[in-house]
Design a protein around this ligand. Structure first.
Ligand code: ATP
Ligand code: PRP
Ligand code: MG
Length: 282
């Protein structure tokens, strides 16, 4: 099983970190190598440009891939299916035009020129609206093109909005929401290894917003503690040897931890520990 992952840029580190946490650590070697082993002898990693990954997977150079959904759409590959939203690299592709200009609606661009690093997504967007534009492909610094009369508007990535603001561009319309996805080629979708990789990465995401809570409580108060801790499938309860108390363990949503700990104390729990969870397979 080969997984194509970004070889550099903003998606590289978080992808390797996620694989690491999922128990598929990439074994370090020379920085610029093409292939790397993981701790699983059946899983290797192919380093590629974020934009090339969907095609590498579609063509069979790799079986699974991790990259932005925007790149998946831009590649127009059809034999690749998303398995998981990995929750990082969130951004929007937007149509933007000079803030002091007269383009305030996509329809204002009929017959005009739009510059972008995403010519296919852009062409599909205008075609769906029935608006005829000329799409000019650029490979970077897209935000400059309206100011040097190369284009009337752009389709580009925005996240904080800083780049658009600095270049005095305003959003005219949303084109696509993107985040990083795990995907696989259709013809390997039933391979057990694909399922294992999906489960491993999914278990890290599932654990991200959960905490493990441990506490001791007198046996007489156990019912009250169980009311506070509905948890997944109920808490685990263990006898504490030689004492009239039990130890209780439970998985709690991160956002509920503050309230839960207060309630647990109120019903007589002591020695309360809250820890992070590395992985959670339900
Ligand atoms: N500002 C951003 N915020 C969040 N995600 C982004 C942002 N810019 C890009 N991305 C995501 O990262 C993917 C890769 O971006 P890109 O190919 O520009 O690489 P990079 O990490 O910016 O490195 P470089 O541009 O130096 O090659 C994009 O397709 C998109 O999914
Ligand atoms: O809304 P913002 O937070 O400003 O982010 C948007 C910018 O981020 C990306 O550029 P990147 O930093 O990857 O530089 P690049 O043009 O070299 O890819 C993207 O191409 C935008 O220019
Ligand atoms: Mg970039």
């Amino acid at each position: 099983m080969k997984i194509a992952v970004p070889n550099k840029g903003r998606l590289h580190e978080p992808t390797l970190e996620l694989l690491d946490r999922a128990g598929l650590a990439v074994e370090s070697g020379a920085d610029r190598q093409l292939y790397a082993n993981t701790v699983d002898p059946d899983v290797t990693v192919l380093f590629a440009r974020a934009a090339d990954i969907p095609e590498y997977v579609a063509d069979g150079a790799a079986d699974m891939g991790i990259t932005g959904y925007d790149q998946h759409r831009e590649s127009r590959v059809e034999n690749v299916d998303d398995l998981l939203d990995l929750g990082f690299g969130s951004c929007r592709l937007v149509l933007a035009a000079p803030e002091d200009g007269d383009i305030t609606d996509p329809g204002d661009l009929a017959g005009a020129t739009v510059a972008t690093e995403f010519p296919n997504v852009t062409a599909d967007y205008f075609a769906a609206k029935g608006i005829d534009v000329e799409v000019v492909e650029v490979t970077g610094a897209t935000e400059l093109t309206p100011h040097v009369e190369m284009a009337d508007a752009i389709v580009d990535i925005t996240s904080t909005g800083t780049t658009l603001r600095v270049n005095r561009l305003a959003v005219v319309d949303d084109v696509l929401d993107s985040s990083v996805r795990l995907f696989a080629r259709n013809d390997v979708a039933d391979d057990p290894k694909v399922g294992q990789v999906e489960t491993a990465l999914g278990s890290v995401l599932a654990a991200n917003d959960k905490r493990y809570v441990m506490l001791n409580v007198p046996e007489s108060e156990l019912d009250a503690v169980e009311d506070v801790l509905p948890g997944m499938g109920g808490p685990t309860v263990m006898d504490v040897e030689g004492e009239d108390a039990v130890a209780v363990h439970a998985v709690v949503d991160e956002r509920d931890v503050f309230a839960t700990v207060s309630e647990l104390k109120a019903v007589g729990a002591s020695d309360i520990l809250v820890t992070e969870i590395e992985r959670l397979v339900e």
